[in-house]
Design a protein around this ligand. Structure first.
Ligand code: MSP
Length: 513
């Protein structure tokens, strides 16, 4: 049997700042999808990492009295540590200062040049260090600020090398129109098409080294370093193994010499702030180099705090690690996935966080505790050999809704379906009244069926919750006497009857406010 494969990516994060809840959201979203795909039996490559070149890093390092690589080493470590704490299961953490990546970037640029898409020119424009990109006069408006974060822009006039992005405008528009699901959600697709309604300019791909020294020198002009966005986007190809920079120029993997690799990516995930670079710069660069386009681009919304944007300068950045200390990793993951409708903005508030935590505690956690306690009390802690199909139709509906949600990029709906199953199972306890059955002389068989059904439902819930709450799901599987959380295909064959269960402390303890 051929196992299907799935390659998904997060943005690589600037190594100039600490990881915050926005970065955590992108990464957890990717992690949930990676875990989901693995549970569905796919061979997953999940890539994340840090973006380590450019003016922003150069300046941040200088401000701290560090060398740029010193700062990057420090910050890459911080991101890796945060992802470990958050239970991120990436297969590869890439850093753009790695030798392999640098070689791939140079090979990629050389290929663009061989294909005739590179030229030198004088550039005059408005540059935002915050966004690491130029904006047009129209975009910066009369106040002359970057239109994304409102930060400063500077007037720059210098020699740059350019990529003939304009040549690919029609091909890109056609691709988007012919593949309506290529950019999701639809609002983002429309936004990109709107952007492409104007003539597409060529893309400046280099900066003079005299101004920015912290970057990858162009292979043919060592006085210029690669524009950080071009450098960064290529990371997705580096990690795929599609390009072999050590091979002779004709054999490197571009165009008519494809190499067996994970390219194209199945899914690029990112925030809506960087949709243009991913849905315009990146595909046109790939066209120029003769590589296939990624299969899907999913842009998610922004976390705002109350009703203001989260920003370092306002000082309202939510640190996910603080929440984790109090509520645990899985509660933070649950909140982020369940609260934000995938693709839309959502507002972080401590009250909503608590509401979502209570849902985990009072519905899911409570179901687990009640079920295991009753098995202990009424059946000496061993799941009885009753019928397990007492909630069969509800379970298959929930699993279908869950899979529709996760595959249709509506994770909040998928997890709502999982939580609904837990709610239904609590209702089932109320209607079956195991405590009454236990007292009745003719209640034994019905009690066996009830407890076996509930234990089986818990095994299903462990599987459904694993992508979002991996630690609690594994804990639950162990308490049910299972060695591990069953995969979706294994659920039908999973039989918990006869298993000794462990009640243990509540999965989601009460947290004092
Ligand atoms: N280095 C570039 C990406 C290069 S990818 C080839 C970059 N880095 S970043 O550190 O600024 O991180 C950007 C990503 O973090 C956003 O796309 C988004 O995924 C996430 N977020 C940062 N702040 C956010 C919120 N407040 N809310 C949700 N996500 C946001 O851009």
């Amino acid at each position: 049997m051929r196992v299907s494969s799935f390659y998904l990516t997060t943005p690589i994060y600037y190594a100039s700042g600490e990881p915050h809840i926005g970065h955590a959201y992108s990464t957890i979203l990717a992690d949930v999808l990676a875990r989901y795909r693995r549970r569905a039996g796919e061979d997953v490559l999940f890539l994340t990492g840090t973006d380590e070149h450019g003016q922003k890093i150069q300046e941040a390092a200088a401000a701290q009295g560090l060398g740029p690589l010193e700062l990057c080493d420090l910050m890459a470590g911080r991101f890796e540590e945060a992802w470990r704490t958050l239970g991120i299961s990436h297969d590869r953490f890439i850093r753009t200062t790695e030798a392999e990546h640098i070689a791939v970037v140079r090979a990629f640029l050389e290929r663009l040049r061989e294909n005739g898409f590179i030229y030198a020119s004088e550039y005059t424009g408005w540059y935002s260090v915050g966004q690491e990109r130029y904006f047009t006069e129209k975009e910066i408006g009369p106040d002359r600020v970057d239109p994304i974060a409102g930060g400063p822009v500077e007037r720059i006039r210098e020699k740059n090398w350019f990529f003939r992005m304009s040549l690919f405008q029609d091909r890109l528009i056609r691709h988007i129109e012919e593949n309506p699901e290529w950019i999701v959600p639809r609002t983002r697709r429309n936004e990109v098409l709107g952007f492409l309604g104007q003539p597409l300019e060529d893309l400046s791909i280099s900066r003079p080294r005299s101004r920015i020294h912290w970057g990858i020198p162009l292979p043919w002009d060592s006085d210029q370093v690669t524009y950080v966005w071009v450098d960064a986007l290529i990371n997705y190809v580096t990690a795929s193994g599609a390009v072999d920079p050590a091979a002779s120029p004709g054999e490197r993997g571009f165009g008519d010499s494809p190499r067996p690799s994970r390219w194209p990516a199945d899914l690029h995930l990112m925030g809506k702030d960087i949709i243009t670079t991913h849905a315009v710069y990146w595909p046109t660069l790939l066209m120029g180099a003769g590589l296939p386009l990624p299969r899907k681009i999913l842009a998610h919304g922004w976390w705002i705090v109350g009703d203001t944007k989260m920003s370092k300068s306002i000082g309202n950045v939510v640190d996910p690690l603080d929440l984790i200390d109090r509520f645990g990793t899985d509660a933070v993951r649950w909140y982020l996935m369940r609260e934000m409708p995938t693709g839309q903005d959502a507002s972080y508030t401590p009250e909503r966080f608590l509401t979502r935590y209570d849902e985990l505690r009072n519905i899911f956690g409570n179901l687990v505790h009640r079920t295991l306690s009753m098995i202990r009390r009424y059946r000496d802690g061993v799941v009885p050999h009753g019928r397990t199909d007492g909630l069969a139709p509800e379970t298959s509906d929930a699993v279908a809704g869950y899979r529709r949600g996760l595959e249709g990029h509506r994770l909040h709906d998928g997890f709502a379906a999982a939580m609904d199953l837990a709610r239904t199972a609590n209702g089932y306890i109320e209607t079956r009244e195991p405590w009454t059955l236990a007292r009745r002389s003719d209640g034994a068989e019905e009690l066996d069926d009830t407890l076996a059904t509930l234990a089986h439902t818990l095994a299903t819930l462990a599987s459904l919750f694993e992508p979002v709450a991996p630690r609690k799901a594994r804990e639950l599987a162990h308490r049910l006497g299972l060695y591990d959380v069953p995969g979706f295909d294994e659920l039908a064959a999973t039989d918990v009857r006869g298993m000794p269960v462990t009640v243990g402390p509540p999965l989601f303890p009460r947290v004092e406010p």
